[in-house]
Design a protein around this ligand. Structure first.
Ligand code: S3P
Length: 477
């Protein structure tokens, strides 16, 4: 990162976070927290910028020639790691103020060889998208991350990149991190049908395709979030999106464009809004507004599902900001949540929201069946197992049938247990939310990873009236 005082300060903060996770002296440091039955949540809040858009804004700024200004960037550790990677690859990345960043890009194909391994911490999106970025340059780069990221599958990215001519110089077992990629002098454009509905696979292929001559085509059978396609258009690339089959899309990109810098205003993250939103639906008497939340239909599966369950969520002041639809969300407790069946084809539009939906389902009356959750097994943790264990810890009846999770809602939750977060921010936040309405306090074993995506989670929840006590850190060996 270009070394202005402010960026190095931000970098130091993130380094401290990494040391926290690793536990400075060989042990593991964990910071537990306890969420207690809370009074009605009230007030108006704004959650941080969208994580997906934030990663992409830094990446596109790097691939454009000239200066890109970003406002509302999420300054979570995942995104800061992407900022550092962009800087290590030759871009000038500067923090100008809170959420205000400036990137001076090097252009498609203009990256420089990084001097050290690129460390993406906990971030699947940052690492996978940057593999696509590196692919289009004749450089060698090593990708690494924390223990959670080292466990996650990367073959799904390496397969298409190898077809395009990228060499996997070395990789840990099963194609996992740490791994080293070497971009060829000339990348081959491909037509790739993604085996999984994953915006990360789609984006890696399209970002690589920027460096290939001719047309790169990506087909997905279920549409995943489309921020990469939107940003390609915003930066002047020639990209075509067509329907494919019943729910899918075909994206065609013409390679080797000169991307033109374009200002980006990052909307508030619907995946972060999900936590105060569900909290307001389960804490009796709550009435809150969450401002400026992105309502891109490929991200709003949770809101649709909760409305089907009987939740009161109104979109107020709907508008377009920075090319994305946004609205203020007015959320009111009604005490009338009922179990529903969530279709598998909705999964891509709410893939990160199942842990907190499981919490809402626990407080609903009747069974909620969430179908087709296989992708949850390969997130920051095995989220299907982590959610099931968390529900067991707080006394919620549930079962897993194949890739489906069934939660038996009883209208109330006993609580009282300790939930293991497994280095997963969304597990930590989901079960803290559960504790705000459970009869007995809910403890989560480590809140440190919340900083990867939602550094202001605790003060924001406190502002709404939530009672969450952070406990002294514990070192285990
Ligand atoms: C993301 C895509 C999703 C999501 C992740 C962010 C993105 O992953 O889980 O948090 O920004 O492209 P998959 O596309 O692999 O499902």
């Amino acid at each position: 990162m270009s070394s202005t005082a402010s960026t190095s300060a931000t970098a130091e903060k993130a380094d401290a976070g990494a040391a926290h996770a690793a536990g400075g002296h060989g042990g593991t440091v964990a910071t537990p927290a306890l969420a207690r039955l809370s009074p009605p949540l009230k007030g108006t809040v704004r959650v941080p910028g969208d994580k997906s858009v934030s990663h992409r804004s830094l990446i596109f700024g790097t691939l454009a020639v000239g200066e890109t200004r970003i406002s509302g960037l999420l300054e979570g550790e995942d995104v800061l790691n992407t900022a550092r990677a962009c800087a290590a690859l030759g871009a000038s990345v500067e923090r100008l103020g809170e959420g205000e960043w400036r990137v001076n890009g090097v252009g498609v194909g203009g990256l420089t060889q990084p001097e050290a391994p690129l460390d993406f911490g906990n971030a699947g999106t940052g690492s996978r998208l940057m593999m696509g970025v590196v692919a289009g340059n004749p450089i060698t780069a090593t990708f690494d991350g924390d223990a959670s990221l080292r466990r996650r599958p990367m073959r799904r990215i390496l397969d298409p990149l190898e077809k395009m001519g990228v060499e996997v110089v070395e990789a840990a077992e099963g194609g996992r991190l740490p791994l080293t990629l070497k971009g060829p002098r000339d990348l081959v454009p491909i037509t790739y049908e993604s085996p999984v509905a994953s915006a990360q696979i789609k984006s890696a292929v399209l970002l690589a395709g920027l460096g290939a001559p001719g047309e790169t085509v990506l087909i997905e059978k279920e549409a995943s979030r489309d921020h990469t396609e939107r940003m390609l258009t915003h930066f002047g690339a020639d990209v075509r999106v067509e329907p494919f089959g019943e729910h899918g899309r075909k994206v065609t990109l013409r390679g080797r464009p000169e991307l033109k810098p374009a200002p980006i205003r990052v909307p508030a993250d619907p995946s972060s809004a999900a936590f105060p939103l569900v909290a307001a639906l389960i804490v009796p008497g709550s009435d809150i507004v969450i401002e400026g939340v992105m309502t891109n239909p490929l991200r709003t599966g949770l809101f649709i599902t909760l409305k089907e369950m009987g939740a009161s969520i109104d979109y107020v002041n709907e508008r377009i900001e920075g090319g994305e639809s946004v609205a203020d969300l007015h959320v009111r407790y009604t005490g009338r949540l009922a179990g529903v069946d969530v279709p598998a084809e909705r999964a891509p539009s709410m893939i990160d929201e199942y842990p907190v939906l499981a919490v809402a389902a626990a407080f609903a009356q009747g069974a909620t069946r969430m179908n087709g959750l296989s992708e949850l097994r390969v997130k920051e943790s095995d989220r299907l197992a982590a959610v099931a264990d968390g529900l067991a810890a707080i006394g919620v009846t549930h079962r897993i049938e194949g890739d489906d999770l069934i939660v038996e809602g009883a209208g109330s939750v006993v609580g009282g247990g300790t939930v293991a977060t497994h280095m997963d921010h969304r597990i930590a936040m989901s079960f803290l939310v559960a504790g705000l309405a459970a009869a007995n306090p809910v403890k989560v074993d480590d809140v440190a990873f919340i900083a990867t995506s939602f550094p202001s989670f605790l003060p924001l929840m406190e502002k709404l009236g939530a009672v969450i006590e952070v406990q002294p850190s514990e070192v285990s060996r």
